[in-house]
Write a protein that binds this ligand. Sequence first.
Ligand SMILES: Nc1ncnc2c1ncn2[C@@H]1O[C@H](COP(=O)(O)OP(=O)(O)OP(=O)(O)O)[C@@H](O)[C@H]1O
Length: 324
Amino acid sequence: MLSERTGKNILFILNPNAGKQHIGRKSDELVTLFEESGCRVDARTTTRPGDAAELAEQLASAYDLVVCCGGDGTLHEVVNGMLRASAQVPLGYLPTGTTNDMARTLRLPGDVRKAAGVVLQGHTAAQDLGLFNGTQYFSYIASFGAFTSIPYSTPQWLKNLLGYPAYLLQVLRCLPEMHPYALEMETNDGLHAKGRFLFGSVSNARSVSGIFRFKPEDVSLDDGLFELMLIRHPENPLEFFRIAHNLIRRKADDHFVIFRHVRTVSFRFETETSWTVDGEYGGTTRSVEIRTLHRALPFISGRPQRIRARRSRFSHSRSPHLTP
Ligand SMILES: Nc1ncnc2c1ncn2[C@@H]1O[C@H](COP(=O)(O)OP(=O)(O)OP(=O)(O)O)[C@@H](O)[C@H]1O
């Protein structure tokens, strides 16, 4: 297969441990597929957490294209490595993880060979990234609360065995432990909220925590804005039931949800709070500042990413539209 990427030098970073079905010998097939398209491939396999970030930081600038093969966590590492090295090289993604939220956002096929076809033929567009407390870049989400610990607290062996249902099992297990987070929050455009919340996320994605799915028209990946979502803590069992019911049906409820497009947002928590960044543990802290980096890195995606957002003209928050 000849493509516009024929003759390119590819840095291929592979996490052999990601996902339900380890990639195994398929990785050789993928390398061959790229080579048959006239590319030269330098394949590197990670051996431990942190490896992908180091490889990307040290090597990415010397290649025409970086291809990351793994789950959301591996992609997070590669993005961090590339930005630390200021490597403005197109990034292709072959999703072999468990949730693969980012694959949905980039409109990549689940089949890894088809995704390789997208890397060879797909559209490249600079995409916004987030900066968490000035130190950590993220490609699609930073979040705290009820559902955030699910991706990293679900044992890897269970994810490998069951895939997505492993997360649902973990949600059920964690329901009784969900507790309120007392916080104050402020956005760049002056929205101020104070109260007890169950969950909060700042995302640039069509799918969040493998659980929420936004409508495409509510998310633009290159507008310099991320989507803020805060879910209030239910004060009685009836409210809890409403939230759980909507969650299962993947619907939001105006009364309980703050939704806003933001450039920067800051949080002050009453107590130390753990955050998840791109599905991985992001640290525990009482204050968080998040800012978006406009068109920070070129990503290869399945279809053009420019999606017109249907923005509210009003200054109050509104609920997200979550698709079933
Ligand atoms: N060779 C390796 N052995 C063990 N862990 C690794 C290795 N390479 C990378 N890792 C770590 O594995 C973790 C999980 O990887 P990743 O997130 O890509 O897969 P996943 O959890 O199955 O998928 P997803 O995040 O999409 O659900 C990452 O934190 C990464 O740092």
